[in-house]
Design a protein around this ligand. Structure first.
Ligand SMILES: [Zn+2]
Length: 174
């Protein structure tokens, strides 16, 4: 059985949280500037217009996604990947949107980072044993039961328990 270290999990969580924070920022931006139906001029990933690429320190300006006639478009799997990675807010932003038509902008290096994050996500799904994910998901359910039933003698709904379990599974990448 493959093992995944705490620090590796921590790294993934930090990356994921940083990405989600950036997405929340751009959503606020998007809500402000969506009057004409077009996306704002900032990169959909980092909400900046210009960045210095980490690889070569060259300045990158946010650009539109290209569209090709006979080839899959570079942006088409962003939606499904965002969904699979559990980036709910980002997924809502790009869901059913033709990123080419709305002139959504991106930095090539940000798109590469997104692809890398997805590759890491897929690797993590493949390496974290399924049983571990289910065990982890059960912990908050038990805590909920302890608090509401054992301590407060309340009645709990099974649907609530189910939602807690599913939410935790999603948080663990399932
Ligand atoms: Zn960017």
């Amino acid at each position: 059985m493959l093992d995944i270290t705490d620090s590796a999990i921590n790294d993934l969580l930090v990356t994921s949280i940083a990405f989600k924070t950036r997405v929340i920022k751009i959503l606020h931006l998007h809500n402000r500037t969506n009057n004409n139906g077009l996306f704002p001029p900032e990169c959909i990933f980092c909400q900046k217009i210009e960045i210095k690429a980490i690889s070569n320190r060259k300045t990158e300006r946010a650009e539109c996604f290209p569209s090709w006639k006979h080839k899959a478009n570079a942006w088409e799997n962003i939606e499904s990947r965002a969904k699979q990675m559990g980036l709910d807010r980002f997924y809502t932003l790009v869901k059913d949107v033709d990123l080419f038509a709305v002139e959504a902008k991106h930095h090539p290096s940000c798109l590469r980072s997104f692809r890398t994050a997805f590759a890491n996500h897929e690797r993590r799904i493949a390496t974290v044993p399924l049983v571990t994910c289910h065990q982890k998901a059960f912990v908050p359910v038990l805590e909920y039961l302890r608090f509401h039933i054992v301590q407060r003698n309340e009645i709990v709904r099974l649907t609530d328990l189910r939602l807690i379990y599913i939410k935790e599974l999603k948080r663990n990448g399932l």
